[in-house]
Design a protein around this ligand. Structure first.
Ligand SMILES: C[S@@+](CC[C@H](N)C(=O)[O-])C[C@H]1O[C@@H](n2cnc3c(N)ncnc32)[C@H](O)[C@@H]1O
Length: 300
């Protein structure tokens, strides 16, 4: 994956000297590391170099997180998507959408019949992330050449009320929703976030699945717990994986590139390649409307 990401960045930025370019990303990776260490800091991704740093230092690992979650949920996902040839997914706070690469890889590995994947990234900085989403499209084509893939970004602030009302059609036809690695953005406005998610779960279609996955930070765990409590009050929702089940530790299996470890992720302070992540997740599925039997009308 690192080779493909680097190739896509080289093409996007028309880079002549890749070693020099990677070295120039060092301060950007260091800033991201410092920003993410303080889970309340908001990162500005508008400079593509910040995105390139994210793509090389975080994207592969976070793609593995989504993949691992999908594998964990393989049984309900298989049942929900088994007959489908076309799949639609929404990535909320998806940014550069590592979730898309994970999903397309999962579809290939699981031998699914899906031949078309339509993805939507709802993100406060969806327009800013557009170049990185092009990188994602390239990576999806590498990961699974058998599916037709389209990806549309929509700017949307999950801290604002009623943000989904204009997207009802997309929500109603979506099979899989993923909210990954962005819960820290909503800890100051938990009620608005929960109201937005409530709209989504009311509108989502039968059998569709919503996954909320995040790092194992205390404030994030608290919000995930609040969201799960809300889910448990809503009829027709089944919690298929509780956040109370505990976190998992993922050790990356992706091989790093020498050019990357020589020039960017060199092992110096804040430039150590991230190979391990603790994450937790919550997953729900929309259930069919329960059929009410009129016992008096059963003819025996
Ligand atoms: C750490 S990135 C995670 C990206 C991707 N989901 C992943 O797993 O790599 C956090 C994302 O949340 C988005 N974000 C931040 N605040 C947001 C908000 N209020 N509403 C929607 N998206 C937001 C950012 O633009 C960014 O793309």
């Amino acid at each position: 994956m690192y080779r493909s990401i680097l190739r896509a960045i080289e093409q996007q930025e028309q880079i002549q000297d890749v070693e020099h370019y990677l070295q120039s990303l060092k301060p950007y990776v260091i800033n991201l590391r410092r920003g993410f260490r303080n889970s309340l800091i908001r990162v500005d991704y508008s400079d593509f170099k910040v995105q390139a740093a994210y793509l090389l230092a975080y994207y592969p690992l976070y793609s593995e997180v989504t993949y691992r979650v999908l594998m964990d949920l393989a049984e309900p996902i298989h049942q929900a998507f088994a007959q489908k040839k076309r799949l639609q997914a929404c990535f909320l706070g998806g940014g550069p959408t590592p979730e898309a690469v994970a999903l397309s890889t999962y579809l290939k590995q699981s031998g699914s019949q899906v031949n078309s994947l339509t993805a939507y990234a709802f993100d406060i900085a969806a327009t800013t992330w557009s170049k990185s989403q092009e990188v994602s499209k390239y990576l999806v084509s590498k990961a699974n050449s058998e599916i037709q893939f389209s990806l549309q970004g929509h700017p949307l602030n999950l801290c604002q009320k009623n943000v989904f009302s204009t997207y009802r059609d997309i929500i109603q036809t979506t099979d899989l929703f993923v909210i990954q690695n962005c819960l820290n953005e909503f800890v100051n406005t938990p009620q608005v976030f929960i109201e937005n998610i409530d709209f989504l779960i009311q509108e989502m279609s039968e059998s569709s699945i919503l996954i909320i996955a995040d790092l194992n930070f205390e404030i994030v765990k608290r919000l995930m717990g609040q969201v799960e409590c809300h889910f448990r009050t809503v009829s027709r929702l089944e919690v298929i994986r509780s956040n109370a089940s505990g976190y998992s530790c993922l050790h990356s299996r992706l091989p790093l590139l020498k050019v990357l470890t020589d020039n960017l992720l060199t092992g110096e302070e804040d430039l150590i390649p991230k190979k391990k992540v603790n994450f937790n997740y919550l997953a729900i599925q929309k259930m069919p409307i329960a059929v009410q039997f009129e016992y008096a009308s059963i003819p025996f």
